[in-house]
Design a protein around this ligand. Structure first.
Ligand SMILES: NC(=O)c1ccc[n+]([C@@H]2O[C@H](COP(=O)([O-])OP(=O)(O)OC[C@H]3O[C@@H](n4cnc5c(N)ncnc54)[C@H](OP(=O)(O)O)[C@@H]3O)[C@@H](O)[C@H]2O)c1
Length: 303
């Protein structure tokens, strides 16, 4: 299967390349090769490559900056996915796209299910919701995986920020009143490749996706706060300097974009349809183990 992956250098894009490697010809494109602000280029590239599956892992993800660049965020997160979906429909191929917990306002008591009413609090959330709606209206066979609190060993994310701050600071104040599920980019990529494998085992992948099509929540199991996520990171044996943590409220750490207080997504639909998902703390431990092994390999090379 010829699979076009956008967002080659992003957290999920990088993890996808590893997880999908055995499943076909992966054509991963970065921003220089395909700029999603250029909608004509999006059409032209898809028409010339004629992939059998598109996985859109590219997105405008600068949540706070989006408050000042809403039009740009909409172009990348809504307009470009709309064009991808139109081209997927014309080629009769499936589109896999990622969305976010930030489509919700965080006001629910329990975990959010796919049919809950979205009400984004931020420009980023609005742009991602518009992307979901554009794909949904396109007539293409699609799967949208909403994920949350993505981290990994590459890119910009909370885990790597905490590991850097552990070297620099003795004390840290971290928000304790937002809950969600930290999700390793590897978990998202492995679950996606599982879905692709199931899709490929049928003679009509687009029909398989059409019959299972829609929005799914794809996050690790369980829930935590940013403060407790940091605490878990620092508890790992790979972290030598462990800063003292102070819990603070969202109001004590004001940011341009509002975040949902409750970002917890219910994954029953994904797990019943496709495959099981790990608990967030187990996935984090595996990721940090990988970090430790990488660090040891680097230090052995240096010495
Ligand atoms: N990160 C999270 O916590 C989080 C949470 C919920 C949902 N999600 C969703 O999960 C998906 C993957 O996110 P991620 O964490 O992998 O994001 P990421 O690490 O920020 O990667 C996004 C990728 O998109 C690329 N990109 C941005 N603007 C582009 C443009 N104009 N043309 C082409 N490529 C462009 C970036 O390119 P450069 O490398 O050149 O910048 C980057 O490689 C996205 O749909 C995101 O909305 C993420």
């Amino acid at each position: 299967m010829k699979i076009l992956v956008t967002g080659k250098n992003g957290q999920v894009g990088q993890a996808l390349q590893a997880s999908l490697a055995d499943l076909g010809e992966i054509i991963a494109l970065d921003r220089a090769e395909l700029d999603l602000t250029d909608l004509d280029a999006v059409r032209t590239v898809i028409r010339s490559l004629r992939p059998e599956l598109i996985i859109n892992a590219a997105a405008y993800t600068a949540v706070d900056q989006a408050e000042k660049e809403e039009a740009l965020a909409f172009r990348i997160n809504a307009e470009a996915p709309r064009v991808m979906a139109e081209e997927a429909r014309e080629l009769a191929i499936p589109l896999i796209h990622y969305s976010t917990d930030y489509v919700f306002d965080g006001s629910k008591e329990g975990a959010w299910v796919e049919d809950d009413q979205p009400a984004p609090l931020s420009a980023y959330g609005r742009s991602k919701l518009a992307g979901e709606q554009a794909i949904g209206d396109s007539g293409a066979a699609y799967l949208i995986f909403r994920t949350s609190w993505v981290y990994g060993l590459a890119g910009k994310n909370f885990l790597l920020t905490m590991l850097r701050l552990a070297q620099e600071k003795k004390e840290l104040s971290i928000v304790h009143d937002q809950i969600g599920a930290p999700t390793w980019s590897h978990t998202i990529a492995e679950a996606t490749s599982d879905v692709v494998r199931q899709m490929m085992s049928t003679s009509q992948p687009a029909e398989y996706v059409a019959s299972h099509g829609g929005i799914y929540h794809l996050v690790a199991g369980g829930q935590t706060t940013w403060h407790d996520f940091a605490q878990k990171i620092f508890a790992h044996e790979s972290v030598v300097h462990k800063p003292v943590l102070h819990p603070i409220t969202t109001d004590q750490y004001p940011l341009p974009a509002s975040r949902p207080k409750n970002s917890v997504l219910d994954t029953t639909k994904f797990q019943q349809t496709f495959c099981s998902l790990p608990q967030w703390d187990e996935a984090l431990a595996q990721c940090q183990q990988q970090y430790l092994l990488q660090s040891i390999a680097v230090s052995q090379k240096v010495s």
